[in-house]
Design a protein around this ligand. Structure first.
Ligand code: AKG
Ligand code: FE2
Length: 234
């Protein structure tokens, strides 16, 4: 089955329910094992990237990541475009209950909006962590325009290619202590998660729960992930 059909067949009602209940949703097997290997094989070739970040130089953690340049690899572009219409429905429900502006219904319109606001540089990236690597809790915001959810796809296999390296989400509700969720992704699995905040219902209406994400220390091996952020960067 091609990726387009595969994305169409995802249980989007289930994803929507998880996003609304918890602010994250697992999409198992979004990429095939070969698809993951092809993505990892792109990593060393500098011509694919606009910028390399050594995380320890910025206090972001320990590891390295590279932002793709335009044109993005076909698979990355296709995931951005094909998944967007499904998740923009979830995002617009969030925007509506929080009293915020509606987001475009198609990825091309979101991209045009980013470009109008000077957010021209692509944000999809590949991250690589060795033993001892980790990613400190953060949010991926790159300008005034943001889409409130993003994807991470694990490109190699926990327990075989690396140990440790669990994905972590920390949710902060106003005036409450934080809740952490630890998610173990298998090779090819995608996690859709909240970029900055999500609506949570209370007796007084909806309020914003702030979310940050990161990665626990890798205890052995190498861990590769593909991050797909929908808004572009200043
Ligand atoms: O490596 C990971 O699992 C997290 C990557 C990340 O921070 C991202 O994709 O935004
Ligand atoms: Fe991130």
């Amino acid at each position: 089955m091609n990726l387009h059909q595969h994305i169409k067949n995802i249980n989007w009602n289930g994803v929507t329910e998880c996003m609304n209940a918890k602010g994250y949703a697992l999409i198992p097997g979004l990429l095939s094992s070969e698809g993951c290997d092809e993505m990892i094989a792109l990593y060393p070739d500098e011509k694919n990237y606009r910028k390399t970040i050594q995380m320890e130089n910025h206090g972001y953690g320990i590891g390295q990541y590279k932002y793709f340049s335009y044109p993005l690899p076909g698979v990355v572009q296709q995931i951005r475009k094909d998944i967007y219409p499904y998740i923009s429905v979830i995002a617009n429900h969030w925007m509506h209950v929080l009293g915020l502006n509606t987001l475009p219904a198609s990825f091309n319109e979101l991209n045009a909006l980013c470009h109008q606001h000077g957010q021209l540089r692509p944000t999809p990236l590949i991250l690589k962590y060795n033993k001892g690597g980790f990613n400190a809790l953060h949010q991926d915001l790159y300008g005034q325009i943001y889409f409130p959810m993003q994807l991470v796809i694990c490109l190699n296999q926990t327990g075989a290619d690396f140990c440790g390296g669990e994905f972590v989400l920390v949710e902060q509700k106003p005036r409450m202590q934080s809740k952490a969720s630890v998610i173990n992704l298998n090779k090819g699995d995608a996690l859709l998660f909240t970029t900055n905040y999500r609506p949570v219902k209370s007796v007084k209406g909806y309020y914003r729960a702030n979310m940050r994400h990161g990665v626990i220390e890798i205890t052995s091996g190498e861990r590769y992930t593909l991050g797909i952020i929908f808004h572009d960067a200043i």
